[in-house]
Ligand binder design. Structure first.
Ligand SMILES: Cc1ncc(C[n+]2csc(CCOP(=O)(O)OP(=O)(O)O)c2C)c(N)n1
Length: 640
């Protein structure tokens, strides 16, 4: 993708420093050169990540900004003694991908101007590093806690080399890291960690929500050598990094610093985890000597918007992931405070602002437990709260749909322990996911992993905000494991047939678990859909009906229960097309065909869902997967 925007930072000014890790003292000149490189590195990170804010695709600035000193020092070591290092700065916090893109640009693999397309659709600069997608990118990362384990194996395969892992105090909360630490220690691996201990994650400060946890002592307890340093003081940081590299075995520098140190307005704030606002970036870069004309490009970058006009739904949109929390509040509002405390426990996984739990935190702090990036521990705590309660007591758990895959075994054990848990998985499917492939929420049916007699697991995916409210109200105190899904983007409200303003799921609607809902009756065949694909399918169906093809539409808000009544209707029609935004491989489409055949229904059958790695951007992701209205129409026509 050629870029007309001009990158303001001159990367040719970045010096190819050689630093000897065996000498822990920097000369004055070396120190000046190092500081010069750190400044350029940070200018560059700020300059291009801020385009994520301008473009409305979000992003992450504080993390990659923070680790610049460690990165610049480590580059100097690798330049000086390449034979001593595996040539990659692995990062367990994949959202800090800006570091990797900048390294690729310094390596000549990415044009500097192209960095200004950070997180744009089709730019091949998505929100997390993807091996094989972006030139110069050396690994994939993004699910916190997965990387150290792999780095251990890389060290086993490269016995005489140091393997570098950039760490973070968010990633270190994951149980995987504890396992990896023990493996590294027991096998005396030359794994070297550089952990940004900035006391900021997404939803808060670990020192406040994880009282008692201390990273350095924890790592030492696993058998890792730890050197603590002041991350913003080269006289403290440099010798610490040398010591850790020179140590014969696994070792870590814990770099203590405020997040985004030196960026006025966001230093030490949780907002620094996210993308820097353009005005904050402009202020910083101006202070650093960049001219207004060099920064004028921000004004040329505009957020994109899905241009399609959808038939059958409102122009207004609601964010189901936020509405989930409000709907829980409506249930809690009907109980006394004592009763809420006795019956409900809502545990966060450092994502309360993203998954809708924030409003519960605000309105019902008595039931809310802020917690860290520890999905398995958090889910199990929710399960334990609802242990053998038959629904009378509920643990409420929430995270992104992508991380459902992390807790499959915990789900099994919760089921075998007769636990009642209401889980909300947001960021389902692919829509709006500039974070790209590692954050796609694809495998919802994995949650329904019990045997056929395990009836207490139900998967719900409401089509709009009104249906979300109705689902939560109906099933909140049901027994067993219940999973509610929502997507990242807001969705419009489904309208009653023939009406321009009456909401299908508004007043008078009552959700019936397991019921498949006929949105349009048709004689030609049926589309079966759910969640965010209902409004898209409805548009496709309306257009085809206008063309004279009498297609019907079913909304199946309970994904994993067959409605024997409704399946007769569409099963005996000429065709069935399943439309969903989760993985085609494991989604509804991979089962509904068998369910039809088992009942002797043999319509023509097709299913479409997510099929390929992401192309970046927001609404564009749907088109990348062939799931736009045109894609749905083409699928219907192929069987009609
Ligand atoms: C397994 C997993 N859970 C949740 C997330 C979502 N997430 C992305 S970054 C983050 C917090 C990160 O904190 P830290 O790693 O310390 O990064 P920093 O704030 O310093 O940039 C979370 C919860 C994720 N990527 N992976």
């Amino acid at each position: 993708m050629p870029s007309e925007l001009k990158f303001p930072v001159d990367l040719t000014q970045f010096k190819k420093l050689k630093l000897d890790h065996k000498n822990p003292r920097l000369s004055d000149q070396q120190k000046r050169d190092l500081q010069h490189n750190i400044d350029i590195f940070r200018d560059a990170i700020i300059a291009f990540t801020a385009t994520g804010a301008a473009r409305g695709v979000a992003g992450h600035t504080g993390g990659p900004y923070d680790t610049a000193p460690e990165v610049c020092i480590l580059l100097g070591f690798i330049n000086n003694a390449p034979e001593s290092f595996v040539d990659s700065l692995f990062d367990e916090a994949g959202h800090r991908v800006a570091t990797q893109y900048l390294l690729a640009a310094l390596d000549g693999k990415i044009e500097p101007d192209h960095l200004l397309q950070y997180r744009a659709a089709d730019s091949k600069l998505p929100g997390h590093p993807e091996l094989g997608l972006t030139p110069g990118i050396k690994f994939s990362s993004g699910r916190l806690g997965h990387m150290w384990g792999m780095v251990n194996g890389i060290a086993m395969a490269n016995k005489n080399k140091n393997v570098i892992l950039l760490g973070s105090d968010g990633s270190q909360q994951e149980g995987n890291d504890a396992e990896a630490a023990r493996i590294a220690a027991a096998n005396h691996l030359r794994v070297k960690l550089f952990i940004d201990n900035n006391d900021v994650t997404i939803a808060g400060h670990p020192s406040e929500y994880l009282k008692g946890f201390e990273m350095a002592r924890t790592l030492e307890g696993h058998g890792i050598k730890v050197v603590s340093a002041q991350g913003e003081d080269l006289d403290s940081l440099y010798p610490a990094i040398c010591e850790v590299i020179n140590y014969d075995g696994p070792a870590a520098v814990v770099s203590n610093r405020k997040m985004a140190a030196g960026i006025e307005g966001i230093e030490g704030q949780t907002s620094a985890h996210d993308v820097i606002k353009v005005d904050v970036a402009r202020k910083y870069l101006t202070k650093r000597g960049y001219k207004p004309e060099q920064l004028a490009f921000y004004a040329q970058i505009k957020p994109g918007r899905d241009p399609h006009q959808y038939l059958g739904s409102t122009k207004d949109e609601g964010a189901n992931r936020v509405i989930f929390g409000e709907a829980v509040n409506s249930v809690l509002d009907t109980l006394s405070k004592d009763e809420t405390i006795r019956r409900v426990m809502v545990i966060d996984s450092d994502l309360e602002g993203s998954t809708g739990l924030k409003s519960i935190h605000t309105k019902h702090p008595e039931v809310f437990v802020p917690s860290g990036v520890m999905e398995r521990g958090n889910f199990s705590a929710a399960a334990g709260f609802g242990f053998r309660s038959n629904g009378e007591r509920q643990g409420v758990f929430s995270t992104f749909s992508a991380f459902l895959e992390m807790i499959i075994s915990e789900i099994t054990m919760a089921r075998l322990n007769q636990c009642s848990v209401l889980s909300h998985f947001s960021h389902s499917g692919i829509s709006g996911m500039a974070d790209n492939t590692c954050h796609f929420g694809l495998n919802h049916f994995f949650a329904d992993n019990g045997l056929m007699d395990a009836e207490t697991t139900t998967l719900y995916f409401p089509a709009d905000g009104e249906q979300m409210k109705a689902v939560v109200k109906k099933i909140f105190f049901d027994p067993g494991l219940r999973f509610i899904f929502s997507i990242r983007s807001p969705v419009p409200y489904i309208l009653k047939e023939g009406s321009a303003d009456q909401l299908l799921y508004g007043e008078g609607y009552e959700f019936v678990p397991g019921k498949e809902e006929v949105i349009r009756r048709g004689s030609a065949g049926y589309v079966v859909s759910y969640g965010d694909m209902v409004f898209r399918s409805l548009d496709a169906v309306e257009r085809l009906r206008k063309e004279g093809l009498d297609v019907g539409l079913i909304n199946k808000p309970t994904l994993n229960i067959v409605d024997e009544e409704t399946i007769k209707l569409y099963g005996s029609s000429p065709f069935v097309v399943v439309v969903e935004s989760i993985a085609q491989k494991t989604g509804l489409g991979s089962r509904l065909g068998s369910q039809l055949l088992e009942r002797n229904f043999t319509p023509k059958y097709k299913s479409i869902g997510a099929i390929r790695e992401g192309g970046g951007g927001l609404y564009e992701q749907i088109n990348t997967q062939g799931l736009s209205v045109d894609g749905i129409i083409a699928a219907i026509k192929s069987v009609a």
